[in-house]
Design a protein around this ligand. Structure first.
Ligand SMILES: NC(=O)c1ccc[n+]([C@@H]2O[C@H](COP(=O)([O-])OP(=O)(O)OC[C@H]3O[C@@H](n4cnc5c(N)ncnc54)[C@H](O)[C@@H]3O)[C@@H](O)[C@H]2O)c1
Length: 434
């Protein structure tokens, strides 16, 4: 089949490369000329494990191409995916749909024959109706069906998630569109990945409900972690104790500095706005957003507390890991941003290292001192803080780390280490919920 992917960011590029790997002919479009030039030259605009080889092999096979020319890319496509960004709108937290509607206008101007337009971007309930209205108004003569197909991949594990999804959700009532979507996902269908056909509005809501539920699970265990600290319990044991219950499940029960990233913060806010618009509040998600926002700053205070008595001004803290999670270079809404800001506000000198996120971090946080590895970051530090649990920080040489530091204090916001091991190496150790 011929597939056009509009937007070649985390989702568009991974989806496009995977569809090509399934054997489809895929054109990835982006209006960012630098991004397309890099892709044409074989350079990945993002860090995602395995993506470079997947792209290279499909380009070599002639199934995957890149362009800035949306008009030409749309002609003759069986399915046109919209995978552009839907960030929070400045000021009110609604999803900013301007990129989605701009892409729709461009598709409307360019579309030639019968085709299916698929929103893969995460969009609020009713967006598909608006996309359809634009297409019908501009091109009433062309047979175009609008389908919702939200994406559930995780950055850092995106290719595996795309190729072996827990489920594929497709929102349409149109039989022709269902046939096209079955063709698009046929290889996964054969792998027995369940395909859920639902109404378009339902499909749009499933994505928000899924992210809000996962954000709730994280926030729940974070509050339980605080309670563990207050009563002298161990949150890791609580997580195991409840997670082994199949009704609860083990995943997303790791206490930490609060959720961040490109999806949960904006999607929870957008869900609240939808709920407000329809006068059907989701109080649980309201609480989740509030608790998570205050938690990130609270983690900054936790680090200041670990520095001990006295004025923190002029002290030095090393942050290990800046991206919102490991195996990505994505810094969007990362907890490290609020933590670093709280430390800077207190007059602390912040040194930092991240295996893949240094470039975007430097753009967002120019006031930090950036280092080449964990040990360089630790030089002269009064505390080292593990903010993101990259593998590189899981087996640090604690003796070497301590040797570089001004004072041996380790704040482990991801509960990577065992207390006896760290204290045995002569550190004062602060973890989360233990
Ligand atoms: N990142 C994730 O892990 C993830 C997971 C699931 C769903 N999503 C959703 O997928 C969507 C895309 O997210 P992302 O992280 O890939 O965003 P991104 O910012 O990485 O990529 C979006 C790309 O779209 C391009 N673009 C915007 N308007 C365009 C236009 N008119 N024509 C061509 N290109 C255009 C931008 O230049 C950019 O490269 C969002 O709605 C997001 O919520 C993201």
């Amino acid at each position: 089949m011929r597939i056009t992917m509009i937007g070649s960011g985390y989702v568009g590029l991974v989806s496009g490369a995977c569809f090509a790997d399934f054997g489809h002919d895929v054109i990835c479009v982006d209006k960012d000329e630098g991004k397309i030039a890099a892709l044409k030259a074989g350079r990945m605009p993002i860090y995602e494990p395995g993506l470079d080889t997947l792209v290279a092999s499909n380009v070599a096979a002639g199934r995957l191409t890149f362009t800035t020319d949306l008009t030409a890319s749309v002609a003759g496509a069986d399915a046109i995916f919209i995978a552009v960004g839907t960030p929070s709108r400045r000021g009110d937290g609604h999803a900013d749909l301007s990129y989605v509607f701009a892409a729709t206008e461009e598709i409307a101007a360019a579309v030639t024959g019968p085709t299916v337009v698929v929103t893969k971007s995460t969009v609020p309930v009713g967006t598909g109706d608006k996309v359809e209205a634009i297409l019908r108004e501009k091109r009433p003569e062309v047979d175009v069906q609008v389908v919702s197909n939200p994406e559930f991949l995780r950055e850092g594990a995106a290719i595996g998630d795309f190729k072996r999804p827990d489920r594929i959700v497709i929102g349409t009532d149109d039989e022709g569109a269902k046939r096209v979507m079955r063709g698009v996902y046929r290889p996964l269908y054969l792998n027995e990945s369940p395909i859920l056909f639902v109404g378009r509005r339902t499909s749009e809501l499933i994505k928000y409900a899924a992210n809000a539920f996962l954000a709730t699970k994280i926030t729940f265990i974070n509050e339980i972690a605080d309670l563990c600290e207050a009563v002298g319990a161990n949150v890791q044991d609580v997580s195991r104790g409840i997670g082994l219950d199949n009704r609860i499940g083990k995943k997303f029960l790791h206490a930490g500095p609060g959720y961040g990233g490109s999806c949960f913060p904006k999607d929870t806010l957008a869900l609240l706005k939808t709920a407000e618009d329809f006068e059907s509040p989701v109080h649980i998600v309201e609480a989740v957003v509030k608790v998570n926002d205050s938690r990130k700053r609270a983690m900054g205070r936790k680090v200041l507390h670990a520095l001990g008595e006295g004025d923190p001004r002029g002290k030095t803290v090393a942050l290990l890991g800046l991206t919102f999670k490991p195996n990505t270079d994505d810094m969007r809404d990362a907890p490290s941003i609020a933590i670093a800001q709280a430390l800077l506000d207190a007059g602390v000198v912040v040194r930092a290292y991240d295996p893949e996120g240094m470039e975007p971090a430097q753009r967002m946080m120019p006031d930090l001192t950036y280092c080449h590895d964990a040990y360089e970051a630790a030089i002269g530090a009064d505390a080292v803080v593990i903010v993101t649990e990259w593998d590189a920080f899981r087996a640090l040489d604690l003796g070497k780390l301590k040797g570089a530091m001004a004072a041996p204090v380790l704040v482990d916001l991801r509960n990577v280490y065992r207390r006896d091991e760290v204290e045995g190496a002569g550190f004062a150790y602060t973890a989360v919920g233990r």
